[in-house]
Design a protein around this ligand. Sequence first.
Ligand code: NAP
Length: 279
Amino acid sequence: MNIGIVGLGLIGGSMAWDLRSLGFQVLGVSTREQTCQKAIAKGIVDDASMSLSLMATADVIFICTPIGAIASTVEQLVPHLSAAAIVTDVGSVKAPVVQALSELWPNFVGGHPMAGTAESGIDAAVRDLFVDRPYVITPTATTPKLAVEKVEEIARSLRARVYRCCPEDHDRAVAWISHLPVMVSASLIAACTSEFDPDIVRLAQQLASSGFRDTSRVGGGNPELGVMMAKYNRKELLRSINSYREHLDQFINSIEGQDWEALQQKLEQTQKARGNFEF
Ligand code: NAP
């Protein structure tokens, strides 16, 4: 089977590398010649090109471009596709992408491999990125069953944990565990560095240890990705941020009112609830 990867960056490059190692013939398309050459030289793909015509012999094509480029890429891709080709994407937001792409190509299945690093581009591609990570498949009532099964089979071959849900449920769930944390973590960094005494800021920077490293990690990542999350998942992200603000207010009220019992109860609840997340 021939696999096509459009967008040879962190996700596309990593996926191409693993699929090639599994014995698939992997063809890549990216916007820069340098990226295509690097992907071939490193053995990430069998062949690569800046032209989407390379996808003519691909059976399953993964669209791994930035979210903002997914729909326009598929629009340009359609004339090159064979009739039975399956198209899937890896975008971090699903409802708007799935709606746009299902109209462009009926044999389309939305997907989201939930793995990443703070790096981007072909140099960030790594092997085994998806091992034991969730890979969400988001079919709709009209998504062809065979296409769903094929994409799930490939995701399983990457040793990912495959889940299935509708695009809207995906977007609401990832707002809580992926998009909200970026905004919370970024606010944390911004708040710390807004301390008016520069000596205290410097001291805090020197004293920062594992707790701050963990809680600031996602807020210190790729800004472009954060903006894309907010732009494409605006409604669900705002819903989750507003709820977060309400919880922060509860903490403020407890601390201002020196209601240590309420604070204790809240922290006991969060300690218990954290155990239910399947990291
Ligand atoms: P990335 O490292 O920046 O890779 C995207 C690559 O796509 C770029 O390096 C660029 O390569 C290429 N590209 C850009 N526009 C293109 C176009 N129109 N046609 C073909 N190639 C194009 O970004 P990423 O982190 O892999 O993210 C890619 C997708 O994965 C996004 O939709 C994102 O939502 C999703 N995702 C990201 C993560 C994460 O944690 N990063 C996790 C899950 C899903 P050249 O310019 O070098 O050719």
